[in-house]
Design a binder for this molecule. Structure first.
Ligand code: ATP
Length: 281
């Protein structure tokens, strides 16, 4: 029975690529023994090294085939009305199909079979939510990478996607555009939009309610971001044991602790670091 509060539940899920006959037995698992549930309005960040299975897990949640799935995958039938959830990928040029943001979102709505008379209002509302209404008739070749990504996000919002699945959408963007896209997605999340954010950049974890760290197709960690960086009595964190370099603010807090000046809680942003330092002294 589906738990009303959960949008998605995966229980003991393992995944192989879809191949036929004997070959399939020999295929290695891309994911193994995954137990994950996700509530509406949550922001969950997937991290893990290249090839750890982040995109595969996102595809399972999004409902894409081309995989042999074992175990139980349940998606809220009320929210997941169409079979597949669109995924925004890292290449901004691959994210847009129309020649303008307007055309792009309208095409997305048409592809989803939305009644023609409803399309203009839905398209404009979605573009407004990501701040792209002011550029909605601008040619695609004159848009920045960040503006293309925001247009793709508007397309997902327009078709009432049950969640935003964003697979390394800031990977090709400059630092300013990264911050802008992250801020827009954070605004949407505050309005109740559920977010799966896939990244290799640990400084982006600050926005999450939860971090899900994958290692060789298995969930290694599923908790709050602060716990990912918390050091145990041996002085080691999950972050370090997975071979990641912690963001600068976390390293600063660790150095202060080494000097005998521990902060009350681990800061996730430069602002919270400054505040924690100010409160201590
Ligand atoms: N269709 C497929 N057939 C065979 N192997 C596949 C297929 N799809 C993915 N893989 C393999 O599955 C593993 C997990 O891939 P996945 O793209 O999910 O990882 P990821 O954590 O998103 O990696 P990255 O950070 O590089 O995007 C990789 O080793 C990949 O090569």
């Amino acid at each position: 029975m589906f738990l009303a509060k959960n949008l998605v539940e995966l229980s003991n899920v393992s995944v192989k690529p879809l191949t036929y006959g004997d070959k399939m037995n020999a295929q290695p698992y891309l994911l193994q023994h995954i137990e994950v549930s996700m509530a509406g309005g949550e922001w969950i960040t997937f991290i893990g090294r290249n090839g750890s299975g982040k995109s595969t897990l996102a595809r399972v949640i999004a409902g894409f085939g081309a995989m042999h799935i074992e175990g139980r995958v349940e998606r809220d039938p009320v929210r997941f009305v169409t079979g597949q959830v669109p995924i925004v990928l890292q290449q901004p040029d691959a994210s847009m199909i129309g020649s303008t943001p307007w055309e792009d979102v309208v095409m997305m709505l048409e592809q989803h079979g939305v009644e023609g008379s409803k399309i203009p209002e839905l398209a404009e509302d979605a573009l407004r939510l990501v701040g792209m209404h002011i550029r909605m008739h601008q040619r695609v070749e004159t848009l920045s990478g960040g503006q293309k990504q925001l247009t793709a996000i508007a397309g997902c919002l327009a078709v009432q996607s049950p969640m935003l699945i964003l697979d390394e959408v800031t990977a090709m963007l400059d630092p300013e555009a990264c911050i802008h896209v992250l801020e827009k997605v954070r605004e949407l999340n505050k309005r109740g939009v559920t977010v799966i954010w896939i990244t290799q950049k640990l400084e982006e974890l600050a926005a999450s309610d939860r971090v899900l760290a994958l290692e060789q197709g298995e969930v290694r960690f599923d908790h709050k971001a602060e716990s990912f960086f918390a050091r145990d009595e041996d002085g080691r964190s999950i972050c370090e044991s997975m071979g990641f370099t912690a963001p600068y603010v976390i390293q600063t807090a660790w150095e202060l602790e080494k000097l005998g000046l521990p902060l009350e809680s681990l800061p996730m942003t430069p602002e919270t670091l400054a505040k924690a330092v100010q409160q201590r002294w």
